[in-house]
Design a protein around this ligand. Structure first.
Ligand SMILES: *Cc1c(COP(=O)(O)O)cnc(C)c1O
Length: 430
């Protein structure tokens, strides 16, 4: 495989940007090798600057549920752009998409649009603190909520350890208000709430954690957390930046039948443009400026291009029966892969839920906790990743990331991917 132009760009990039990238995992550090520079995306495919083509399962880390450069989304963006890229005033697109979200998420009575998932979560936490008058939050070990200071805390395992920063530059003061609890451990949540309940503003979680590989919530876990929050007047925040419009039109809340007080959204809602949003109960949202004392603003928030891309994405998902199609595609993938998985049983595992999947190099039949993800062999994943890349399959460059199917993936894509998995595994596990 010729990757000369990528190599040349990378050598320039590392002199100009930290790690040569604008987001760390893109640098391939955890899988080895050098990042590829892409110049085009079409449907399920990415094309790099050396004209190599890949079937993509990173899909820009989740937003591209309709595939790259969906013709309707592109039309919506160019149509909006022709009338101006930003007005700094309210625009009709914002009203349309706010209504579309409210229709899909009954718990979101009011919504505010921002420019990234990080910004959405940061603002939702500020709002929860402003509304409750309490300072602390409970966060789960291994859940990622963007890079706001007080959320860059994972802390060690163990029960409700007080957070220590995960990143240089985060003050201990910032981290101290974040209590860390293991995901899927309802007893630990109960104990932490019992001990600290009067000081806790919110519990935040990814209802289906997808940023430390994929960890499905145990039966009754989400409902249990909901009940504990209700008992103590704690707000429950679902970070649905990945799961929103992915697991179902109404996200994990619809999928698992548990509603949140506040929800953060991102990724799919922007149709591939930079968008985040947070919303929830009207009485809570009314605390936000200009209605209330919690300040939050944005120069480009709700801009017409991003809103148009989001509207078209949500509308097309509905109109084309996308969720049924994605479910069928996921089942087909598992079916095609079954003999390959059987061959490597006890060393390699696929877990999937709707259109999200993850690979694990583990002896387990199921991975259901962060501790079990940590046991997986990430060195093997790195070699597997390189093997897949050389066979024209682009997986997210980290064993801690998930893969995404889009409506643009075809049966032929899945067949080719399964063959590449078989060959790569045979080389890696030989
Ligand atoms: C991606 C992600 C974020 C951060 O969103 P950005 O747009 O990258 O800032 C927050 N929460 C979850 C669950 C995510 O997957």
């Amino acid at each position: 495989m010729n990757i000369e132009k990528s190599k040349e760009l990378y050598s320039k990039a590392i002199r100009l940007m930290p790690g040569g990238v604008n987001s760390p995992v893109r640098a391939f550090r955890s899988v080895g090798g050098e990042p590829l520079f892409m110049k085009q995306g079409r449907g399920s495919r990415l094309v790099d600057v050396d004209d190599n083509e890949y079937i993509d399962y990173c899909m820009s880390w989740g937003p591209l549920i309709l595939g790259h450069a969906d013709s309707d989304v592109i039309k919506a963006i160019t149509g909006a752009a022709a009338n101006g890229t930003s007005f700094g005033t309210p625009n009709p697109f914002e009203v349309t998409i706010a209504g579309m979200v409210a229709k899909r998420f009954p718990s979101i009575e009011k919504i505010r649009f921002v420019n990234s998932g990080t910004e959405a979560v940061m603002s939702a936490i500020r709002l929860a603190r402003g509304f409750t008058g309490k300072n602390r939050i409970i966060k789960f070990d291994g859940c990622y909520h963007g890079h706001a200071d007080h959320l860059l805390v994972a802390a060690g395992s163990g029960l409700a350890t007080f957070g220590t920063p995960d990143s240089a530059g985060v003050t201990p003061g910032n981290a101290a208000d974040t209590l860390i609890v293991p995901f899927n451990d309802l007893e630990a949540v109960a104990e932490t709430v019992e001990k600290n309940g009067d000081t806790i503003a919110a519990v935040i979680l990814e209802p289906l954690p997808c940023n430390y590989s994929m960890i499905p919530p145990a039966d009754g876990f989400l409902r249990g957390v909901r009940e504990l929050c209700d008992r103590k007047g704690i707000l429950l925040i679902f970070d649905e930046v990945i799961t929103g419009f992915r697991l179902a039109p109404g996200g994990a809340q619809e999928y698992y039948g548990v509603a949140a007080d506040l929800t953060t959204l991102g990724k799919i809602i922007g149709g591939g443009l930079p968008v985040g949003a947070y919303g929830g109960r009207a009485d809570i949202m009314s605390m936000i400026a200009p209605d209330g004392p919690v300040y939050q603003a944005g120069t480009l928030s709700g801009n017409p291009l991003a809103m148009a891309a989001g509207i078209t994405t949500l509308e097309k998902l509905d109109r084309t029966g996308a969720y049924m199609k994605l479910k069928k595609l996921s089942d087909e993938f598992a079916g095609i892969l079954a003999p390959v998985l059987k061959k490597h049983e006890g060393r390699f595992l696929l877990q999937r839920l709707e259109s999200v999947f993850a690979f694990y190099f583990t002896g387990r039949k199921e991975v259901s906790s962060l501790a079990q993800v940590k046991e997986c062999d990430m060195k093997l994943f790195g070699r597997f990743h390189a093997g897949m890349l050389s066979r024209g399959i682009y997986l997210s460059p980290s064993g801690y990331e998930v893969g995404f199917l889009s409506t643009a993936h075809s049966s032929a894509d899945l067949e080719k991917t399964a063959a590449a998995i078989d060959e790569s595994l045979r080389a890696v596990l030989a």
